[in-house]
Design a protein around this ligand. Structure first.
Ligand SMILES: [Zn+2]
Length: 360
């Protein structure tokens, strides 16, 4: 008997192995069927071994060895095919395994299908949406500007003198070219006043950068939103009404606000708006007598620095302060999100921890 059946079987197997089934699942079935057909107890390779008895004493060891080699070769090739099919099956499951557009949510739940986790916006983005919705409703437009500024737009135009500590490298980052990663979005107000004629109503949300030692309430990069209203006859009354409405939107219609005098070089007069603590109602203590965790016992929350835009700032932007007046305000977004949600450490908002963000 010739040794050809071995070569023939190998050639046939390799031709079959080269084909691929339509799907990874079918491919797995196909590979297992091939294994049974060739290497099973009644398989074709096993059948070859049964032919040993018909061979001469010289032929037997050679034939036997060749059949064993064939068995190993086919086994290895089938293992490789199975691994590839399993990998493809896992990949397909990852890509589309849970996505059955024909299945209702209820049906998917009943079948215990692994539904994807529901996504949501980050709390800072959610607050940004609310700010934009609220102020555009009052006729404000959203303005944006560069995050890397020159010192004129970031400081000089805002009436911040050369010797002001805010310009110090301990407070402000500088590029090697002497530019400033903006320390506030007030630079956008300047750019808006330079490029538009009054009346102007804008809010300018965006990222700001300061050379801060990072701790629970300070970050070197943070989010801010400022607002500006320039028109004839704008007064503190307009500022008060606008910001009271906003704080009530933020913390509820019952919340009380107060204005305290404050100094900022770009406003005159300058004010700080405080909101009565929404958690303890202004008493500074929670039920049971514990110190309020949100206001830390003060009863009030510093929320919005604001004021009437300094005449020098208007002049710097080519706006006559005898004809026009303006109010401006700013708010740290991250701080507002902290207050709203009772978060004790600002860094948590930027930790990328989804388990935290999903609670908010
Ligand atoms: Zn409180």
């Amino acid at each position: 008997m010739s040794l050809d059946p071995i070569s023939q079987l190998l050639a046939d197997f390799q031709a079959e192995a080269a084909a691929t089934a339509a799907s990874p699942a079918e491919e797995l079935l196909r590979v297992e069927a091939l294994r049974v057909r060739l290497l099973g107890k009644k398989g074709e390779v096993t059948a070859l071994l049964r032919q040993l008895g018909q061979l001469s004493a010289e032929e037997r060891p050679v034939f036997g060895q060749r059949v064993n080699t064939l068995k190993e070769q086919i086994g290895e090739q089938l293992d490789a095919l199975r691994s590839a099919a399993q990998l493809a099956a896992e990949q397909a499951e990852l890509e589309a395994g849970w996505l059955d557009p024909t299945l209702s949510t209820a049906a998917a739940g009943a079948l215990a299908v692994n539904l994807p986790a529901r996504g949501q916006k980050h709390p800072i983005t959610r607050l940004l949406d609310i700010v934009i919705e609220h102020f555009t409703g009052l006729g404000f437009e959203v303005a944006s500007g560069p995050e890397i500024e020159d010192t004129w737009h970031n400081f000089d135009a805002l009436n911040i003198p050369d010797n002001h500590p805010a310009r110090d490298v301990w407070d402000t980052f500088y590029t090697t070219k002497g530019e400033v990663p903006r320390t506030h979005t007030s630079s956008v107000q300047i750019r808006t006043m330079l490029s538009q004629k009054p009346p102007i109503r804008v809010i300018s949300p965006g990222k700001c950068f300061r050379n801060e030692t990072i701790d629970a309430t300070h970050l070197a990069a943070f989010n801010q939103c400022e607002g500006l209203y320039v028109d004839r006859g704008v007064t503190l009354g307009h500022l008060k009404a606008t910001l009271e409405g906003w704080v009530q939107r933020l913390f509820g219609p019952e919340v009380k606000v107060r204005f305290r005098p404050a100094f900022y070089p770009f406003v005159e007069p300058g004010l700080d708006l405080d909101a009565q603590c929404f958690l303890c109602g202004g008493g500074g203590h929670l039920a049971g007598g514990a110190t309020c965790t949100v206001c830390r016992g003060k009863g009030w929350l510093e929320v919005i620095p604001c004021g009437m835009v300094h005449p020098n700032v208007l002049r710097n932007c080519g706006i006559d302060p005898d004809e026009w007046s303006a109010f401006a305000f700013g708010m740290g977004f991250d701080r507002l999100v902290m207050l709203q949600n009772g978060i004790d450490d600002l860094r948590r908002l930027y930790s990328g921890r989804l388990d935290l963000v999903r609670q908010l």
